[in-house]
Design a protein around this ligand. Structure first.
Ligand code: LCS
Length: 397
């Protein structure tokens, strides 16, 4: 059946599924195998040369992962998707595919801490030039593009301050300068439920699937979606030869399981996220709330244009700065102090000392990440219980 015109929830449950012909299993079995048996030397040769379709070795592909990849491609509206062992595996395998010594990458300065480290301290060791800018400023994007620019890299909403860039405007500027430039968008905070960067003009979408896509806090994984030929390059060079960052079939199975409830999880996340953002915005102990769904957000209009809803990631500053923020976080009981996001459990963390500790104090300031910022990933608990916990935390200040 063709699921192209079906609803998001229907795609999440059915798209890409392959039914087991041997026993009729409803769910995709876990093909826990490292390698695949060839019938003959000739068949092995044909598989290696690409003349015959079929599995060779699980670093190059595995049936359980293939079903997951087809499903994510359907959710992303992509020609193809590649599953990786982590979000950083997806990002590094993609960047190792597009970059080489002498190449130039334009990147937003506000990124997940390890992505920032990869770009600022990793790739630059191998002769790749990186210019950090604010991609919400289109003139800055245009000014940064150069003859040797191979990619423009951004997150929107960005981790941890929910900064929004206009994906269509960034892609238009980059492609007008040079159609070969790959616009790479990290869609982790939004997920395919909220935003379709490829439809907006991006060339490549990367994810930490550790977050909303898996949604249950028990897997580390990533994805790369885009045109089939590019995704194939990332698979056959970026992952196969450069990083080896391959997803195991057990993890693929768990993500497939999590995706069955993806749409309803996201509906609940968004509904609670909105209520909590409004609660924080009206709270006398809160200095500032960073949430793209609030009209006060700097780029609320761009967010409203390119996102279907606003998600459940909220950052805020408690009055009294970093010390007050730490005291508040330490007094929470239901909200759990942990990095990561997009899980059933509401998680809270302090970016400057945790996820973004790869940034120095000046880099934090340049990226618009206040030292006292607290980041909340609103989970699937009952929203009144989350608010009651936040309220008792404020009362202790
Ligand atoms: N991209 C974004 C936007 C992320 O938030 C993360 C992880 C990654 C990529 C990397 O994915 P991973 O390799 O961990 O699957 N973000 C984390 C965070 O904010 N807290 O803990 C991890």
């Amino acid at each position: 059946m063709d699921y192209t015109n079906k609803g998001f929830g229907t795609k999440a449950v059915h798209a890409g599924n392959v039914h087991d012909k041997q026993y009729g299993a409803l769910t995709m079995p876990i093909y826990q195998t490292s390698t695949f048996v060839f019938e003959s030397c000739e068949q092995g040769a044909a598989r290696f040369s690409g003349q015959e379709a079929g599995y060779i070795y699980s670093r190059l592909g595995n049936p359980t992962s293939s079903v997951l990849e087809a499903k994510i491609a359907a959710l992303d509206g992509a020609e193809a998707t590649l599953a990786t062992a982590s979000g950083m595996g997806a990002i590094s395998s993609t960047l190792w595919t597009v970059a080489k010594a002498g190449a130039h990458i334009v990147a937003d300065g506000t990124l997940y801490g390890c992505t920032y480290a990869l770009l600022a301290h990793g790739l630059t060791r191998y002769g790749v030039e990186v210019t950090f800018i604010d991609t919400a400023d289109i003139e800055a994007v245009k000014a940064a593009l150069k003859e040797n620019t191979v990619a423009v890299y951004l997150e929107t909403p960005a981790n941890p301050n929910l900064k929004i860039a206009d994906i269509a405007a960034v892609a238009e500027a980059a492609h007008a300068y040079n159609p070969e430039i790959k616009v790479i968008c990290d869609n982790t905070f939004a997920s395919p439920y909220l935003q379709s960067p490829l439809a907006l003009g991006a060339d490549v979408v990367v994810y930490s699937a550790t977050k909303y896509l898996n949604g249950h806090g028990d897997v580390i994984a990533g994805f790369v979606s885009g045109k089939a030929d590019f995704v194939s390059q990332v698979r056959m060079f970026g992952v196969k030869d450069m990083t080896g960052s391959v997803l195991g079939p057990q993890e693929a199975f768990l993500i497939l399981r999590g995706l069955k409830t993806f749409e309803i999880r996201m509906q609940r996340h968004c509904e609670s996220g909105r209520k909590i953002a409004e609660y924080l915005d009206n709270h006398p102990m809160v200095e500032k709330v960073y949430y793209p769904g609030l009209a006060s957000h700097k780029n609320h209009e761009v967010a409203a244009k390119q996102m279907r809803d606003f998600g459940a990631m909220i950052s805020f500053e408690v009055k009294g700065g970093r010390a007050a923020g730490s005291k508040f976080v330490n007094s929470l009981e239901l909200c759990t102090l942990a990095v990561s996001l997009g899980d059933a459990e509401t998680l809270i963390e302090h970016p400057a000392s945790m996820t973004h500790s790869t940034y120095g104090p000046e880099e934090l300031a340049a990226a618009g990440i206040p030292e006292g910022l607290v980041r909340l990933s609103v989970g699937l608990e009952n929203v009144e219980d989350i608010i009651a916990d936040l309220e008792q935390g404020f009362a202790k200040l």
